[in-house]
Design a protein around this ligand. Sequence first.
Ligand SMILES: Cc1cc2nc3c(=O)[nH]c(=O)nc-3n(C[C@H](O)[C@H](O)[C@H](O)COP(=O)(O)O)c2cc1C
Ligand SMILES: CCCCCCC(=O)C(=O)O
Length: 399
Amino acid sequence: MEFTNSPVCIKDLEHIASKVMHPSALSYYNSGADDEQTKLDNIAAFDKYRIHPRILRNVTAISTETTILGQQIATPLGIAPCAMHMLAHPAGELATSRAAAQHGGVMILSTLSTIALERVIAEGNSDMQYWMQLYVLSDWSITEKIVQRSERAGFKALVLTVDMPILGRRRDDIRTRFIPPPHIHLENFFDPESASNSEGAAPSTYNDVPELLLAASVAGGNPAVTWDNVIPWLKSITKLPIILKGILTAEDTKLAISYGCAGVIVSNHGGRQLDGTLASIDALPHVVEAAEDKIEVYMDGGVRKGSDIFKALALGARAVFVARPVLWGLAYDGEAGAKQALDLLQNELKLTMMLSGTRTIQEIDDSYVLEPVTQWIQSSVRRQKRANHNDIEELKSKL
Ligand SMILES: Cc1cc2nc3c(=O)[nH]c(=O)nc-3n(C[C@H](O)[C@H](O)[C@H](O)COP(=O)(O)O)c2cc1C
Ligand SMILES: CCCCCCC(=O)C(=O)O
């Protein structure tokens, strides 16, 4: 039997990346906090949810189109914000952005990108959206400048990362003494206006703070940020919708609604911050229930297969984001590799939809997924309220 050498699943890309990446960059990408319990559980937890497929429906035409924040996109699969794509490939976020543009969906750009935000978004098209991720730096005026630039450049939303009052303890990064290598730059910290003042000059960093100090200010976190100081402030400086990334509880979901946020991303930062939280997929139903359809709910963490995306959509996520799979693809083969990561997931999603009898994203609801036994009673009460499986006419109307 002949075997192909090209990757046929995300696990293959992970394996290839582990061979081609520089060891300290690889450990920065792959590391989780402390014992990595949450990082591993993000992946393992998907297995507890089983698909409840329906048969004998015409599945010749499958559409993954959906809307997000009221705008049409080609797929509910997006790219989570990740620092420093140039650690994986010299074309960095430009390559990722080109891959995302061929694919549709949403790309969330990290504040810590190694290509300036204006250049990244220039690669896009109308099948997709770009959102800008924010850290509140210790000098808030720099975050404000990045917000203004993002708005001018055409980003459609701001994603405030709220799970990093301080950096999680990633043991492998401590062991490798990871710091960004000198050949890459955190381009969003350079003021484009400083270059236009004198011809031929390279831009300088905001307020002339050295780049490494700015990176350290992000890595140091911002423990003084609160609901009351950050959200009203952000709303006063931007018209863009605000999405909170790093929500894991019903309580914080309700607060996000009351503070006027447009959405939340259920996330534990890929298990890189607080170790020991719920896996994202386990936290998702709590957040969805608390959101009461008042705001959009998205998720990331541990998504490695199309069936994972399907399960998250069935549990109420409006879109699902991936980080490491795209970085591994980028390390494997730049733009083509990042696209391959997205294509693998997108094709697997379509396959899952066909095999489970769902033709559109809108059809995928919680009747297509069986939750773990520990959540069974809760979910069966919920389902009983909605579905009357004895009503054959109703079942027929849904064929
Ligand atoms: C190498 C790396 C860098 C990351 N950088 C950021 C970042 O700059 N901002 C942010 O909000 N989240 C960041 N994250 C977290 C991701 O956005 C996301 O929450 C998480 O990694 C999703 O899990 P997955 O990697 O299993 O797909 C980063 C994750 C990784 C792996
Ligand atoms: C070298 C600074 C890393 C800051 C945090 C970026 C991030 O969110 C992550 O690595 O996770």
